[in-house]
Design a protein around this ligand. Structure first.
Ligand code: TPP
Ligand code: SF4
Length: 288
């Protein structure tokens, strides 16, 4: 990673955040500034990529190269950037609808392939920017724009999915806990591999049941004795928390294995690939 020395405020852009007052996304942004400053990430070698939604506006406020892409497509776009330029630090942001509804087909493959990026999902359990429809993480009882009598489906759990998909770093935190969120984003960015951080980020405008108070009261810090290298222990911790009606927060799982760009570089080395490869050898294969 290319490093510089900057203060958190020096990662701000001239664009002032245009989220509603009290939105959890403000806390996520503060945490991103802190994490970048603590790591000393050089903004010239940082790419911040998002999908579509309130949460996906975050890159406008971060001093970096950036892409505000299409709904659900931040992951695949970021994959292209990462493979083309493995020397860049990649930070992806998006919402729960963006990541696990329309983007749900991409998520397993980012994790499975261990693409070297940090994915910070801002989970407000609702579609914010489109004015409050249920998302895949909404509680069933939530009455929202499209579910005036409450929902008819059970929610999914992003961290349990990510553990199953094979993410090499999985964590969960609260937008109101800037210290924990900044620390986990920093660790995620230091991690070589696919790092997934689910941030419970309240939406006071449209989600009245999963508010900041509810998230704070329901969060349960993962015990210090938890072994982060043990996938069974990570799944067990999430399942136990569910049983008790809690949301586990902290680092759940971390392991080291080759990333997709590592494996591609290794393969190219083995077969003698490189920019000077004699293309006539390939053309010769087609000769009768
Ligand atoms: C292909 C496509 N379908 C639908 C939309 C409309 N749309 C804009 S934002 C959004 C979802 C917002 O919810 P979420 O991703 O959870 O982010 P939040 O706004 O809550 O941060 C949708 C469906 C779109 N922009 N593109
Ligand atoms: S609608 Fe909700 S998620 Fe969007 S900016 Fe407002 S509070 Fe935040």
């Amino acid at each position: 990673m290319h490093k510089v020395e900057l203060l958190p405020k020096e990662y701000k852009t001239d664009t002032k955040p245009f989220w509603c007052p009290g939105c959890g996304d403000h806390g996520v942004l503060t945490s991103v500034y802190r994490a970048l400053a603590e790591l000393g990430v050089d903004p010239n070698y940082l790419v911040n990529i998002s999908g579509i939604g309130c949460s996906s506006r975050l890159p406008y406020f971060v001093r970096s190269y950036k892409m505000h892409t299409l709904h659900g497509r931040a992951g695949p776009v970021a994959t292209g950037v990462q493979l083309a330029r493995p020397d860049l630090a990649i930070l992806v942001n998006g919402g729960d609808g963006d990541g696990f509804s329309i983007g749900g087909g991409h998520m397993p493959h980012l994790a499975r392939k261990n693409i070297n990026m940090t994915y910070v999902l801002m989970d407000n359990r609702i579609y914010g920017l489109t004015k409050g429809q249920v998302s895949p993480t909404s509680q069933r009882k939530m009455k929202a724009y499209t579910t005036p009598y409450g929902g008819v489906e059970e929610p999914m759990d992003p961290v349990l999915y990510m553990l199953t998909y094979g993410a090499s770093f999985v964590a969960q935190t609260l937008a109101t806990n800037v210290k924990m969120t900044a620390h986990l984003i920093k660790e995620g960015m230091e991690h070589r591999g696919f790092a997934f951080i689910n941030v419970m980020s309240h939406c006071p405008t449209f989600n009245t049941i999963d508010d900041a108070k509810y998230f704070k009261e329901t969060a349960e810090e993962i015990q210090e004795s938890h072994d982060v290298s043990d996938i069974d222990a990570a799944m067990h911790a999430v399942n136990m928390a569910h049983k008790n009606g809690r949301i586990p927060v902290g680092l759940l799982y971390r392991s080291i294995r080759p990333t997709l760009d590592d494996n591609m570089a290794e393969l190219a080395k083995q077969v003698g690939g490189g920019p000077d490869y004699d293309l006539r050898k390939i053309i010769d294969l087609a000769r009768p």
